[in-house]
Design a protein around this ligand. Structure first.
Ligand code: F6P
Length: 343
């Protein structure tokens, strides 16, 4: 019987388990065996696998995270790892691999395809929603809803205490979560990585708002946002296997500046990994399920080097290469809509 492998790599997100379930269920119908590769590319380097059958995916649909585990391992980083991936692919007897991930995991998948190493189909995930060639990645909707609820909660405490509260929201290169949660939650200022922060402007907006009688404000800032002419605020400078620093801290820096410049008492709330945990929304469960089914169809039709994607309301497939070529940053028309409600 032909064998399909599946791995989940990079930051986890709600919706991964629905994809795994869908791949196993559809593969079963098509007569394939499915092998789960543990912890992303690390599992292929170390030959760490688990057989997946109907029982192993029973009950996982509403569960957050990934039953396969994940890692940020890059097999192109350490000498010898790529050969191990090639050898283990053969040893496990895989005919095809479904790689579920974001820019980094799918970047590796695209390279492996180009290098003619394996038969791969990609499935796009990331809460950041920053992958090109798909309208949405799963995980985003759940993170967006969590961040929106957090902004709602911050509103009531900010209002009671007459404070400014800065909400630091995930989003490394793209501000989709901050922007949409900011719009949905009614934030008074939204700051994203795509537009350098102009602190004078931010403080003016807040002061103007307070001068019309408001005694509280909510500022939504993406963790990847930065002041004009200054570096990203990071927790540490060490780079991971894909060359990323660990972000975090812009909220605190921004909060201090706002309090100093406006005189309004300011607090900071870092939403962090709360945004990535827990049960996927119905939207993410459905999207993950559709992606998983389509991924097996691509394997069946030997359409390798492709990625499943959402285009409008349809599930399509696109070249993996297209998907990882450039990041999908925020739509400036949407930012203009958000600005109507600043202040
Ligand atoms: O890529 C998704 C993401 O959640 C980013 O928004 C964030 O910068 C990063 O992952 C955090 O990574 P980690 O969980 O490794 O700290």
């Amino acid at each position: 019987m032909a064998k399909i492998g599946i791995l989940t790599g990079g930051g986890d997100c709600p919706g991964l388990n629905p994809v795994i379930r869908a791949v196993v269920r559809k593969a079963h119908l098509e007569g394939y065996d499915v092998i789960g590769i543990k912890n992303g590319w690390k599992g292929l380097v170390e030959n760490d696998t688990i057989e997946l059958n109907l029982d192993s995916v029973s009950g996982i649909l509403p569960k957050g995270g990934t039953i396969l585990g994940t890692s940020r391992t890059n097999p192109y980083k350490k000498e010898g790892d790529l050969q191990k991936v090639k050898d283990n692919f053969k040893k496990i007897g895989l005919d095809a691999l479904v790689a579920v991930g974001g820019e980094d995991t799918l970047g590796v998948a695209s390279r492996l395809t180009k290098d003619g190493i394996t038969n791969i189909v990609g499935v796009p995930k990331t809460i950041d929603n920053d992958l090109s060639a798909t309208d949405y990645t799963f995980g985003f909707d759940t993170a967006l809803n969590i961040a929106t609820e957090c902004i709602d909660r911050l509103h009531s405490t900010a209002e009671s205490h007459h404070r400014v509260i800065v909400a630091e929201i995930m989003g490394r290169h793209a501000g989709w979560i901050a922007l949409e949660a900011g719009i949905a939650g009614g934030a008074d200022v939204i700051l994203i990585p795509e537009i350098p922060i102009n602190i004078e402007e931010v403080c003016e907006i807040i002061k103007k708002r307070h001068s019309r009688g408001k005694t509280f404000s909510i500022v939504a800032v993406a963790e990847g946002a930065h002041f004009a002419k200054s570096e990203l605020v990071t927790q540490e400078q060490k780079l991971d296997a894909f060359g990323h620093v660990r972000l975090g801290g812009i909220g605190e820096t921004l909060g201090e500046e706002i309090e100093k410049r406006t005189g309004f008492e300011t607090r900071v709330s870092v939403l962090g990994h709360i945004q990535r945990g827990g049960s996927p929304t119905a939207f993410d469960r459905v999207l993950g399920t559709r992606f998983g089914v389509k991924a097996v169809e691509l394997v069946k039709n030997k359409k390798f080097g492709r990625m499943v994607a959402l285009s409008g309301v349809k599930i399509i497939d696109v070249a993996l290469e297209e998907a990882v070529k450039a990041l999908k940053t925020v739509d400036m028309e949407l930012y203009e809509v958000a600005k109507v409600f600043f202040g």
